[in-house]
Design a protein around this ligand. Structure first.
Ligand SMILES: *Cc1c(COP(=O)(O)O)cnc(C)c1O
Length: 370
């Protein structure tokens, strides 16, 4: 056998549909920008990370766990699941912990999507739903948002015999909007029983709207609903990779069939438990986010820019110019935002709420550039 196989041969060996997939391009990391520009100060406002850093209690828990990293972690994350089940008031078998919520999306896809089945989602929304659908040989169907909000009625109309999953990103990334309880009740009551609805609630903790519906309530009522959440945003643990899925125990059991044996590292499990203990940290993050988001929005208004009112830690703003050019100019000053052409909103950008120093740097650079 010859050593080294030509590229086109490998493509031919891939499972159907995989060769056409594009590799996920996350946007430049802080480290990349730092290295390319030789800058020391980088303002990262592109990934919806927590500008307050990790909780000190999470860090202490990681340190305590360091000496055990020669041992495999506990595969089913018993301690963390027990803790979460107490916090959420549900049975432990209604929760599975994943290597970030991204990994939970893959679990849902692996468990439910068969070749040729349809997966309905909004446009624009979180890109991983489409990628996972394609990996599994499913057919993603995108339904345009209306006024930046999920068009649930339009999505329901697209449900057919081949539909298996519906993703509702609530609040939606990148628009920051929510669907309310009334809308979701109406939608779920019309979804056929053979369809599973995935509510991606990565930003749930930032929502203060009383009419916001939680996936756990629907799961408790017995709906075919899986709720996805993460420690990456409010809890400030994006680099640790911990997320979880909540749903009826039979649905979660299905996800457990396809998960890896040890999906969540020892350090990640310890960090999540530590962060759960730090109520004061979470309060601080929420207060900061509210105030800093209000600052950004006020500045946008003064610049004559419109934005979508956001229930999250980011703002979708209309820069009224090619946002790719604007973000290139910002990048030269070491400020990273997410340009909207990625979602076919070329004049918009998604801007993560940063520290007040980040926000001021961004605002003053943006004023100069515009
Ligand atoms: C950030 C994000 C995730 C992924 O979170 P991880 O736990 O870091 O994988 C999932 N869904 C949405 C909508 C997000 O914005």
């Amino acid at each position: 056998m010859k050593v080294g196989v030509a590229m086109q041969d490998i493509m031919g060996l891939l499972r159907k549909g995989i060769s056409e997939l594009e590799t996920y391009v996350p946007g430049k990391s802080l480290e990349e920008v730092q290295a390319e520009l030789g800058l020391t100060e980088i303002t990262g406002m592109a990934f919806n990370e927590n500008p307050c850093g990790p909780s000190p209690k999470a860090l202490a828990a990681i340190e305590r766990e360091l000496k055990n990293v020669h041992l495999y972690p506990e595969g089913s994350c018993t301690a963390l699941r027990r803790r979460m089940s107490q916090l959420l008031g549900i049975d432990e078998d209604m929760i599975t912990i994943s290597n970030g919520a991204d990994n939970a999306i893959l679990l849902v896809g692996s468990a439910f999507i068969s070749e040729g089945e349809e997966v309905i989602m909004a446009d624009p929304t979180f890109s991983v739903y489409k990628t996972v659908s394609k990996i599994m040989g499913g057919r993603p169907i995108s339904v345009k948002v209306k006024n930046h909000v999920h068009d649930l009625e339009g999505m329901r109309k697209r449900i057919g015999d081949r539909t298996k999953l519906v993703f509702v990103c609530n609040p939606n990334n990148p628009t920051g909007t929510i669907v309310d309880r009334h809308e979701l009740d109406g939608f779920l009551s019309q979804v056929p029983e053979k369809v599973v609805v995935v509510l991606d609630e990565a930003y749930i903790e930032f929502v203060s709207e009383p009419a916001y519906p939680t996936g756990i309530d629907y799961a408790k009522q017995g709906y075919n609903v899986v709720s996805l959440r993460t420690f990456s945003k409010l809890y400030g643990l994006a680099g640790m990779r911990v997320g979880y899925a909540v749903g009826r125990s039979d649905l979660i059991g299905a996800l457990n069939k396809v998960r890896e044996p040890f999906p969540v590292s020892r350090l990640a499990q310890a960090a999540a438990l530590g962060a759960l203990d730090d109520e004061a940290f979470r309060e601080r993050v929420l207060i900061h986010n509210r105030e800093a988001k209000a600052y950004l929005c006020k500045e946008f208004e003064q610049m004559g820019l419109s934005y979508v009112p956001s229930h999250t830690n980011f703002v979708f703003v209309d820069l009224k110019k090619d946002s790719r050019e604007v973000s290139q100019s910002l990048l030269k000053e070491g400020i990273i935002i997410r340009p909207g052409h990625l979602w076919d909103f070329p004049s918009f950008a998604r801007v993560t709420v940063g520290t007040m120093e980040d926000n001021r740097r961004f605002v003053s650079a943006l004023k100069r550039i515009l």
